[in-house]
Design a protein around this ligand. Structure first.
Ligand code: A2P
Length: 270
C-alpha cells in the first residue's frame, strides 16, 4: 500500500476537475472513527449539510467516496468525520493521512440534508447514528439553523461511549465559541445514546421513539407535523425505520425541489 503523498510529489497525477487540498489536522477517536480537516478552495461553495466526493490517489487511480461536509458553510477549512474500514477501498488509505498530505475533492457538492428542503417549523430533530452525525456537525454550527428553529435536537446513537466523543466535543466547542455560543443559546439539545455498553442513555433511537423514552427524557411532546421537522442520517436500515416512524406521525418526506417535513441521507462510506 502506498503512503499518502504530499501535493508536490504527485501533482502531475491529479485528475482534472478536482481540487487538491492539504490536510491541516487529524484526530483519531477510536479504532473505527477519525476526523480530519483540510484547506478549503476559495471558489468552493456549499450549503451546510451537503456532501462532496472525497478521494485519494491509490496507485495511479483516484478513489472517491461521498462524504458529508462536517464543517459549516462559513468555515475557512473543511472538516470530515470518517469511519475506518480495514479493507475499505478509500478508508483503508484515508485513515493513514497526516497533516500536509493531499486529499482530492470533486468540485460540486450536493445533498438533501439542507434547511431549504424543509418547510418552516419550530423544532428540528437531527437523527444520527455513527458517522451519520457529520452533516449535523455542519448544521448545528450554522447560525441559519437557529434563525429558522426555536429548538434543535441532535440525537446520536453509537455502539460504544467512546464513539460519542466527536459529538460531545462539538457541542462543547459551540458552547465556548465566541459568536456561536450567543446565537445558539439554549436552543441546541444533544441526546446521545449507546447500544452495546452501559451508559445512562441506552438503546436504538428507533426503539426510544417507539417506546416514548426519547420524548420523556427530553421533556417534549410526541411528533407533531405542524411543529416538528426531521433530518435523518445513518445506515440504510436506520433510515428506513426512522422514516417509517416519522411517517406514522404524519410527517412527509421533502426534497430540494419540494420542501416538506423531513429529509433523509445515507451515511455511505466504506
Ligand atoms: P446496534 O448496536 O443495536 O446495532 P453501526 O456502528 O453499525 O453503524 O451502528 C451505529 C448505531 O446504529 C448502533 O448503535 C446500532 O445499534 C444502531 N443501529 C443499527 N441499525 C439500526 C436500525 N435499523 N435502526 C436504528 N438504529 C440502528
Amino acid at each position: 500500500m502506498n503512503a499518502p503523498a504530499k501535493t508536490e510529489e504527485f501533482a502531475p497525477a491529479i485528475p482534472a476537475g478536482v481540487f487538491a487540498e492539504t490536510v491541516t489536522s487529524v484526530q483519531h477517536y477510536t479504532d473505527r472513527l477519525f476526523r480530519f480537516r483540510m484547506t478549503r478552495p476559495e471558489s468552493f461553495r456549499f450549503r451546510s449539510g451537503e456532501f462532496a466526493m472525497i478521494g485519494l490517489m491509490v496507485g495511479d487511480k483516484p478513489v472517491y467516496r461521498a462524504y458529508s461536509i462536517a464543517s459549516p458553510s462559513w468555515d475557512e477549512e473543511l472538516e470530515f468525520f470518517s469511519i475506518k474500514v480495514p479493507d475499505g477501498p478509500l478508508t483503508s488509505h484515508l485513515q493513514q493521512i497526516q497533516v500536509g498530505d493531499t486529499v482530492l475533492m470533486r468540485k460540486k457538492p450536493t445533498g438533501t440534508l439542507v434547511l431549504d428542503a424543509l418547510t418552516p417549523g419550530k423544532r428540528l430533530y437531527m437523527f444520527s447514528t455513527g458517522t451519520g452525525i457529520a452533516p449535523f456537525a455542519s448544521l448545528i454550527r450554522d447560525p441559519e439553523t437557529y434563525e429558522k428553529f426555536d429548538e434543535v435536537i441532535l440525537t446520536h446513537t453509537c455502539r460504544e461511549v467512546a464513539e460519542l466523543k466527536y459529538g460531545f466535543d462539538l457541542v462543547e466547542e459551540i458552547r465556548n465559541h465566541e459568536f456561536l455560543a450567543e446565537v445558539v443559546g439554549d436552543k441546541l439539545r444533544h441526546y446521545a445514546t449507546v447500544t452495546r455498553e452501559d451508559y445512562p442513555f441506552q438503546g436504538r433511537i428507533t426503539d426510544l421513539i417507539s417506546n416514548g423514552k426519547m420524548f420523556a427524557d427530553l421533556g417534549v411532546p410526541r411528533f407533531d407535523p405542524a411543529i416538528d421537522r426531521g433530518m435523518i442520517c445513518g445506515s440504510a436500515a436506520m433510515l428506513k425505520e426512522t422514516k417509517a416512524l416519522l411517517e406514522q406521525a404524519g410527517l412527509t418526506e421533502g426534497a430540494n425541489s419540494k420542501p416538506a417535513e423531513f429529509v433523509i441521507e445515507r451515511a455511505f462510506v466504506d
